[in-house]
Write a protein that binds this ligand. Structure first.
Ligand code: SAM
Length: 304
C-alpha cells in the first residue's frame, strides 16, 4: 500500500518552499513530504533527507530519483541533524519538517512487529540504531519497570495488571503472544480501542527512545533555521505533542524567569514565533481517506 503523507498540503503551505532554499526532512519515510517540498522549490532548492530505516531510505531514493542533484539522503537519526548540516556546509536552512513516529509501511509490515493486528516478531525498531528490541524489553525488564513503562508511555490504567501478566507468561516472542496476554489481563472496556494499543505504543516509544529524540532535535532544529525559516512538526500522540508545544511556547516567550531566581529576570528576546496557536489537524475528508491522520497534530514555528 502506498504511504499517504499526512497533512501534505498543510506542510507545503507551512514551509512555503522557494527556489534556491535549503530544506530538511528529518523523517523521510516514503518521501511523500520530501517530494512535495522538492517540487515546490524547483528548479534549484535542495533537500537533506534523513531516516533511520534503511527500507524507508531505499524507497525514498526511488521516489526522489527525479530530483537527483538536489537531494542528499542519509540513513541517520534526526537527532544528528546538526552534524549532517555541518557535513553539507549548510550554515542555516529555510525549512524543516518532522513527521514523527512510524510510517504506515512500517505498521503494515508484520515482520517489523509494530502492529498488534498481525503476527510477527516483537521487534519495533525503526532502525539499527535502537539498542534493544521490544522482545528484549518484554522479556528482561522487571515487573515494576514494565508497569512504569506501560503507564508512562502508554498512559494505560491497566499497566500493573498487564506487566504482571507479561512477567508470568514469559518468554514472549511474537506480537500475537503478547496480544493474547494483554487481552486476558485487560479485557475490552466497551470502547473501540483495542486493549493492546497502549502497550504497543509504549513499547515502540521506549524501543526507539522517541521522546528523548524529540527533545533532542527541537533545539537543534530551531538553531539551524535562518531568520524567517520555518519548522513544522507532526506528532501522533499527546506525549510527543506536549514536548513540541511546550518547547515552541518556551522559545516564543520574550522573558524567561528561572524558577530559582526570583529577583533578577533573565532577559531574552523570543527566538521563534508560533504560527498556529492551535495545532492544525486533518480534515474529515483526509481522515476518511487515511484513518492514521486522525490523531495527527501539526505545529509550526518561524524563526525570528
Ligand atoms: C510517519 S513516517 C514519515 C512519512 C513521510 N513524511 C512521508 O511523507 O512518507 C516517520 C518516519 O520517521 C522515521 N523515524 C523515526 N524516528 C526517527 C529518527 N529518530 N530519525 C530519523 N527518522 C526517524 C521512521 O523510520 C519513519 O520512516
Amino acid at each position: 500500500m502506498e504511504h499517504k503523507p499526512v497533512l501534505y498540503k498543510e506542510i507545503i503551505h507551512a514551509l512555503q518552499p522557494q527556489s534556491g532554499g535549503h530544506y530538511v526532512d528529518g523523517t523521510l519515510g516514503a518521501g511523500g513530504h520530501a517530494r512535495g517540498i522538492l517540487e515546490a522549490c524547483t528548479p534549484d532548492g535542495q533537500l537533506l533527507g534523513l531516516d533511520v530505516d534503511p527500507h524507508a531510505l531505499a524507497l525514498s531514493r526511488e521516489t526522489l530519483a527525479p530530483y537527483d542533484g538536489r537531494i542528499h539522503l542519509v540513513q541517520a537519526s534526526y537527532i544528528t541533524i546538526t552534524q549532517q548540516l555541518a557535513a553539507l556546509k549548510w550554515d542555516f536552512v529555510d525549512g524543516i519538517v518532522l513527521d514523527l513516529g512510524a510510517s504506515s509501511m512500517q505498521f503494515d509490515n508484520a515482520e517489523r512487529g509494530f502492529s498488534f493486528m498481525q503476527d510477527g516478531p516483537l521487534d519495533m525498531r525503526f532502525g539499527s540504531n535502537a539498542f534493544q528490541s521490544a522482545e528484549d524489553i518484554v522479556n528482561t525488564y522487571d515487573e515494576r519497570d514494565l508497569a512504569d513503562l506501560i503507564f508512562r508511555y502508554g498512559e494505560d490504567r491497566d499497566a500493573r495488571r498487564i506487566a504482571k501478566a507479561i512477567v508470568m507468561n514469559r518468554p514472549l516472542r511474537t506480537t500475537r503472544e503478547l496480544v493474547a496476554v494483554i487481552e486476558k489481563a485487560s479485557p475490552r472496556r466497551g470502547d473501540r480501542t483495542h486493549p493492546a494499543t497502549q502497550t504497543f505504543q509504549a513499547l515502540r516509544i521506549a524501543v526507539n527512545e522517541e521522546l528523548a529524540s524529540v527533545e533532542s532535535v527541537l533545539p537543534q532544529a530551531v538553531a539551524a533555521l535562518r531568520s524567517g525559516g520555518r519548522c513544522a512538526v507532526i506528532s501522533f500522540h499527546s506525549l510527543e505533542d506536549r514536548i513540541v508545544k511546550d518547547y515552541f511556547r518556551e522559545q516564543s516567550k520574550e522573558l524567561v524567569n528561572p524558577p530559582y531566581e526570583r529577583i533578577y529576570e533573565v532577559e531574552r528576546k523570543a527566538v521563534v514565533e508560533i504560527i498556529n496557536k492551535k495545532p492544525i489537524v486533518a480534515s474529515d475528508e483526509e481522515v476518511k481517506d487515511n484513518p492514521r491522520a486522525r490523531s495527527a497534530k501539526l505545529r509550526v514555528i518561524e524563526k525570528l
